[in-house]
Design a protein around this ligand. Structure first.
Ligand SMILES: [Zn+2]
Ligand SMILES: [Zn+2]
Length: 381
């Protein structure tokens, strides 16, 4: 099938839409104007929709009598950062920028909507989910908590991310883990303050902190099996206010990534052991606050995605051997409720990295992504 020719015919129009969204970035759950633009497009196509979550939107397109439902999910939010590009469609708002390509993700789904409005020759239901707040704002959870899986019987869900370092026209499909879990922890270390010259009458917290930092960073190389992946990073340490005093309290913060729920459990337990052990060793109090942010994104139907991708870009351009990313993606929450697959579509070998101030979504992806979604519909409906 290749790139669908009617989808390709929409390219110039959709490129303009993508650039309009790029110029007007909205951060977090606050995707009001982006949703307004998408609604006006859907109105023009005669496609009905409902609000869901916080400033997220589901459109429903029925074709034929089939009772299978396939959902496609894209994100819409930008990042709170300044754009350093100087092309005409750069961000018009200081401190906000589409540096993760979500402007292109949602435009790809608008492209699919435009095509499907004229071609309802499939047998079942297609849902188009435009989601706010992917970048750490729990947008997916807001959609799920608002009853997405109760309101709609979702049999499959698919999504994608534009991926720097991969040529446009290549689609990467992972079997199993595609993106990592993300957890955050804080360890509050409490000792006893006093004069810097007399640590023996204090309960000095920094020695304990040093061993906490060393201990948690030793978990991956010493406890995680070498064929598994994990990252533990210390991200913040706060404590003390005097040059000649020992403080009562020090706070250590860290970030954990894994590619399996078993390793995630192992690391959480191990961080707890380090905190408890150091408390005994130094006679300080340690209090661990460990927060699970995102689960591992596990693809359960890679076979369907591989077949659909091969139809669009050719078998030789479907990459199945790439390592999963240690970045997290809140699409993972949807995969706890239904089957599906999340793929990467190449943003170009020399693309700036994601979240970089010079990143830009590669418009060539628009027809590739929309044709990939169409091929999935062809596979399933
Ligand atoms: Zn991002
Ligand atoms: Zn992203």
């Amino acid at each position: 099938m290749g790139i669908n020719p009617e989808v390709l015919a929409l390219f110039d129009e959709m490129k303009a839409v993508r650039r309009q969204i790029h110029q007007n970035p909205e951060v977090g759950l606050d995707t009001v104007e982006t949703v307004r633009l998408i609604k006006s497009r859907l109105d023009g196509y005669g496609i009905s929709y409902s609000d869901i979550g916080v400033n997220s939107l589901v459109a429903e397109i029925k074709g034929g009598e089939g009772d299978t439902t396939v959902a496609f999910r894209v994100d819409m939010d930008a990042l709170a950062m300044d754009e350093e590009n100087d092309f005409p469609h750069r961000s018009q708002t200081a401190g906000k920028m589409h540096a993760c390509g979500h402007d292109g993700h949602c435009t790809s789904l608008i492209t699919l909507a435009a095509y499907l409005s004229e071609h309802r020759d499939f047998n079942g239901t297609v849902l188009l989910l435009f989601q706010s707040g992917e970048e750490g704002y729990e947008g997916a959870l807001r959609v799920i908590e608002d009853g997405f899986f109760e309101k709609y019987k979702v049999d499959y869900m698919f999504g994608f991310h534009a991926w720097p370092g991969v040529e446009p026209g290549k689609i990467a499909v992972h079997s199993g883990a595609c993106m990592a879990s993300e957890d955050r922890f804080e360890i509050h270390v409490t000792g006893k303050s006093g004069h810097a010259s007399m640590p023996h009458v204090c309960n000095e917290p920094f020695a304990a902190v040093a061993d906490i930092i060393k201990g948690v960073q030793t978990i991956v190389p010493r406890k995680v099996p070498s064929h598994e992946r994990g990252v533990v990073s210390i991200t913040q340490v706060h404590g003390g206010s005097l040059r000649n005093g020992i403080p009562d309290r020090v706070l250590v913060q860290g970030n954990v990534r894994t590619c399996s729920e078993e390793i995630r459990d192992l690391i959480e337990d191990s961080v707890g052991q380090v905190a408890d052990g150091v408390a005994i060793m130094y006679g300080v109090e340690t209090e661990l606050d460990y927060v699970r942010k995102h689960p591992v994104l596990v693809n359960t139907t890679p076979d369907i995605a591989v077949r659909a991708a091969a139809k669009v870009v050719g078998e030789e351009n479907v990459l199945t051997g790439l390592e999963s990313s240690m970045a997290a993606e809140d699409y993972a929450f949807f995969m706890q409720h239904t089957k599906g697959c999340y793929v990467w579509i190449g943003n170009g070998r020399d693309s700036a990295p994601l979240h970089n101030s010079r990143f830009d979504f590669n418009d060539e992806i628009l027809p590739v992504a929309a044709s990939f979604f169409l091929a999935v519909i062809e596979e399933l409906l």
